[in-house]
Each structure stands twice: as structure tokens, then as C-alpha cells.
Ligand binder design. Sequence first.
Ligand SMILES: [Zn+2]
Length: 437
Amino acid sequence: MKLKACIVFFIISTFSFAQERITQDMMRRYAEKVQKFLDKEKALSAFYSIDTSGIKIFSSLNSKLTNKPEFFLDWAHLGDYRSELGADAAKAFEVYKTGKYQTQTEYSLPVPKLKIGNVNGSMEHDMPGRKKLQGIKIAIDPGHIANDFESGDLEKKHIKFKQDLVRGLPDSIEIAEGMLTYATAVLLKQKLEAEGAEVMLTRPDGTSAFGKTYKQWKKDNLKKAVDSLFKIGELKPSQKNYFFSAKADDRDIFRVIFRDLDLAKRAELINAYHPDFTIIIHYNVDETNTDWQHPAKRDFNMAFVGGAFMKNDLSSPEKRFEFLRLLITEDLEKSVALSSCVVSSFEKTLEVQTAGEQDATYISEGCLSTGKKGVYCRNLQLTRYIHTPLVYGETLYQDNIKESQLLNKESDKTKNVRVQQVAEAYFQGVLNYLTIK
Ligand SMILES: [Zn+2]
């Protein structure tokens, strides 16, 4: 009997010792991840705690001080909740709102799989005769909506330079970013599909993610949108009156009402599609080039992933849920791996430098470095609300003197050589990501 009791004691104490080590390991890893990827200003400690019991999310400092978490996830259930997040994030958000994750499954000690800064999206596709991207689902979001210069002007994504022989510009230039992103998306879709991937674009040519032009959306949806934004306190009474009046300027409607709703719709479409990963396509400009009246000299590539929440970025349960999702899933690590492959490919294919931390103020002031060259955590609407690994690509500066002339060629931008190179750069980056062992 004595020996038996000793053995039982030995087993129990070994088990609790192992359990304690795993808990300590997870506490350290998640605390490290918050610091490295999620908390830009080191100002979010009021909203979360990571201790021996698990992870708690708080709605305010007061709720933390009184230990009344908005959501509590104990270590034993972390693996199960992470799986639910991967399968259906909308359902996981409903669970979040109940305050606690409860499951019928047996107690099991989760083994931490999280590897900060060292996770790749390795997938093997080496069966003979099999296309490289067979079975892979990819969402592509071509940034902005313009398919003409008038709508480019409306969304302020329009570059117009007069002929300027002194600065070395022999012809005038006119570019709308939405036309470049859409053409890039179409070319990239063709390449990915040729390798067997299933691909979805978030918008048809010239329209928003609502499947209609801005003008049509305004006619059909503006009143309803203003009403619901007013109801949830996003618009003041004076703003509501302005947007209902005939004086309301299209640029204001676009900027204040339409743009965020269009982005929310893009995230909704992508999440409903359940892709393996998402590619968001943008072309950049030089932030120091005042009003983009003249061509400039600088030219860089970069990519964004989620994270880098600022102190006012956890103001709603939705935002705090996304913070938790990015913390406990591996979406962020996979996004970094994908983006790193894509950015390397940008540099190689386009022969344009990768941006360092000091090359733009929105990087140094609004981003966290991921440790991978040219890949930065940035809390954008899409990097926050898309529930898949993603790359938010910002290739080359459209207002660069050389790039502007290259991009100005061809009215059908799918025939533009520079746009074709950008599509190829994304494609090669994706292939590299999927073949990393
Ligand atoms: Zn853009």
C-alpha cells in the first residue's frame, strides 16, 4: 500500500510539475507576443491579463481593478477556443460575448504550438502531376474602387502630373490607383488559377464590394447607412442633417460614410469565403511629396499584417475580440511568413528597395516591426477584421518619376508591363510561401 501511494504521489506531482511548466511557458510566450506584435505604445495593460489561471480581457482599467473580465479563457480550454476561432470566428465572437468559453469536452492540457517569429505556412504539393496550388483557396482584395479618373478623384487616389521638362517628365501623367490594383488582381488571379487555386476577388471592375458603383450605392443605401451610424452614436445630429441634405459633398460622403462600410463589406465577403489566406493589393505614394503635384524621387515596397494596437484601439468588444484572436491564433505568424515572402519577391522582381522602419512616419509612428524585412504590424481595418493569414501589399511609389511614367502606359492596365511585373511578384511570393519547408 505504501509503495502504491508513493507511486500515485509521484505521478501526481510529476503531472502537476509538467502542467506548471507548460502554464509558465504559455504565459511567457503570450506575454511576449503582446509586447512584440500587438501593443504599439505599451499602453494596453488595462485591457488584458495573462496569469496562471489563463487569459482575461477587460473592457476598461476599472473592470481590471475589480477583476471583472469581459472574457475569460482558462489555459485548459485555450486549444479548443483557438480551434473554434479557426472554424468560425463569428460564432467564437458570440461565445466571447457570453464572457467565458465553456465546452463539454474532457479536460486536456494544451501544448503550446506558438512559435513567435518563426512560423511558416509550409504545405507540401510534391505529388507528381499535381498543380502547385491545387486545393488552396485565396481571396484577393484589389484596393479602392476607381475604374476611371473621376472616381479616382472622388476617393483621392488619383495622380495627375503636367508635362514637366525641368523635372524630366516629357509627357503628362494620369493614374488612378484603383485601376492598377484591379488589373493586378485580375492578372494574379489568372496565374493562381492556372496552378489550380480557387480565387475570389472582393469587387468587380469599377464597383465597390457592394457590387455597385459609389453613385448607385449613394442612391440605394446612403439614407439607411446614415441612419444606422447615427443610431449607434457614430454620427452627431449635425452630421446626420448634413448627409441628408442636398449640400452633402460626394468626397465627404465617400470619406466619412462609404469608405469604412465598403472595407467592412470586403472583410465580410472574405470571411464568408473562408480562404486559406488573403492578398490585399495597393500601390503606394511618397508621403513627403506634398499633394502629389509633381513627381518625386523615392521608391519603396512594404507589407502590413495585423497588430500594433494603439491606446484607443480597444474601444469596443469587437476590437478587443480581434486583439484576442490575433493573440491566440497563428494568423499573425502566418501573415508575417507570407508577407515576408511577398516583400522579398517585390524587391527581386521589381528592383525596388524594401522600406526600413525610418523610411515613412506611418511606419515609425504607427507600426511595430515584425523582425522580417519590410513587414510591419499595422492596425488597419482589413488587417484587423479579416480572419485569415494575410499580406497587405504596398508596392512601389506611383508618384516616383520613373514609376509614374511606366504606370501611365496603356489604358487597359492588364496590358501594362509594370502592372504585370507586380502581379508576377505577388505570384512568386505566394509560391515561395507555400513551398517553405
Ligand atoms: Zn491604396
